[in-house]
Design a protein around this ligand. Structure first.
Ligand code: ASP
Length: 439
């Protein structure tokens, strides 16, 4: 049995947190491959080391004094090292980092040092090999990630190791220039390592006990999700859930490796298991509810639209030309509505309207803003009749008007559009009917 364990920033923010991670790793000898993030926040209001590095480097490129803020970062690592009682010194590393900042070597290099240094500490603490991600995670000259090359490099390097630490978040081009993934990208590194070693499980240790059925800022103490499929997760993450970097699922998904989201501060909790497929019946009809605010809708009306060949294509082309992505597109016989992100749309609004008038000659155009979309997701829906009925009756009882409905043929999710003002109440009403009362 082989497990890859990735620890997020809050799990490694201090010596105390490092010790929790250490005992988790030592408790199971199959936990042989460790991917650490940079130290995160120790308390609310604290600053993540990655952010400290970005701002320190920002000063360096503006030729401002940065050595003091670099010393503050060094201090954070020293505290961890001494708290763990290690005889490790990062003085030389910080000397090199200072020189490289002075040479303005790159913003990605700067950010990557958070993981690099934490990886060194972790390796020394566990007595594992330290493998610099720059040697095994590859990007091309344009900065695009190279999956196959990375997989070969990682597999060759990790073969036969008893225990290894590969820092998350970054890699390098052939030239050696450091490139990072987007923020939260250590999750991706964990997934790449799991694929390369053919792990049985990818454990992603963070500060929550897995995914919750609904956003806890909206629903009080929501229940957590025990098992979720990759497809369900995609539907939910697309609507704004944010425990795991969304690109992290692709490498392990294709190899059928499950991901287990676990809580470093509550290791006894089972967390959420993310799997390709499962026979396990979900406890509730729905697996999760996620919503996003801030949409606008453009409704185009034209008599006989349905028989005008190419009408949709021409309409979509106007949005494409203006570089606006489309979220949903419900339609009627003489109308089509296009949902877009308000932020993206607002500044281009008049150009789009002019384009629609010119190209499509509509009878009427209507704009609506302040809309929210809510996805009700669950593999359990397929086998259950009446899910849509329950959704709409719950919303009707809560006096919420539904502006849009969209159910894919996969029957995995139903998306409803509501007014911004109804957004939170709608989520509460849906949680109530599917989870609390379970009727
Ligand atoms: N340290 C990086 C960040 O703060 C990457 C990570 O934690 O996954 O985004």
């Amino acid at each position: 049995m082989k497990k890859v364990v990735k620890f997020g920033g809050s799990s490694l923010a201090s010596a105390e947190q490092f010790k929790k991670a250490g005992s988790i790793i030592r408790a199971d000898e199959s936990r042989r491959f460790v991917v650490p993030s940079a130290p995160g926040k120790r308390f609310s209001g604290d600053t993540k080391v990655t952010d400290m590095l970005y701002s320190c480097y920002g000063a360096a490129i503006k030729e401002k004094k940065f050595t003091d803020s670099l010393a503050v970062i060094h201090e954070r690592y020293k505290e961890i090292i001494s708290g763990l009682g290690l005889a490790l010194s990062l003085d030389k590393d910080f000397e090199i980092i200072r020189e490289n900042f002075g040479k303005k070597i790159g913003r990605d290099y700067a950010a990557s040092r958070g993981e690099y240094l934490n990886g060194k500490i972790m390796a020394s603490y566990l007595g594992f090999d330290f493998i610099d991600a720059a040697e095994v995670v590859r990007f091309d000259e344009d900065g695009s990630f190279l999956g196959d090359v990375t997989n070969e490099l990682l597999a060759a390097r990790l073969e036969g190791t008893k225990g290894a630490v590969v820092p998350g978040f970054y890699g390098a081009k052939d030239s050696g220039k450091i490139v990072t993934f987007s923020r939260g990208g250590s999750d991706i590194t964990g997934s790449l390592v799991a694929l390369a070693v053919g792990a049985d499980l990818y454990e992603n240790w963070t500060d929550v006990s897995g995914f919750l059925i609904a956003d806890p800022r909206i629903v009080k103490n929501p229940k957590s999700i025990e098992t979720i499929t990759y497809r369900e997760l995609r539907e939910l993450s697309y609507m704004g859930a944010s425990v795991l970097h969304e690109d992290a699922i692709f490498p392990v998904r294709k190899a059928g490796i499950p991901i287990n989201i676990r809580n470093t501060n509550a290791p006894e909790d089972k967390g959420t298991l993310i799997v390709e497929g499962t026979c396990r019946q979900p406890k509730y009809t729905i697996t999760g509810i996620a919503g996003t605010d801030g949409f606008a809708a453009v409704t185009i009306e034209k008599a006989m639209m349905n028989s005008e060949i190419g009408f949709c294509r021409k309409a979509l082309h106007i949005f494409e030309e203006n570089n606006i992505s489309i979220e949903h597109m419900p339609s009627g016989i003489d109308t089509m509505t296009i949902f877009v992100h308000k932020d993206e749309f607002e500044e281009k609004e008049q150009r789009v309207l002019a384009g629609i008038h010119k190209v499509l000659q509509p009878d009427h155009i209507e704009l609506e803003s302040d809309l929210a979309l809510i996805a009700i997701v669950g593999r359990g829906m397929k086998a259950t009749r009446g899910t849509a009925g329950r959704i709409f009756s719950a919303l009707a009882h809560a006096h919420i008007n539904v502006k849009m409905i969209d159910q894919g043929s996969s029957e995995l999710n139903i998306i409803v559009g509501v007014r911004h003002d109804d957004f939170k109440n709608a989520i509460r009403a849906l949680y109530e009917i599917f989870v609390v009362t379970q009727i």
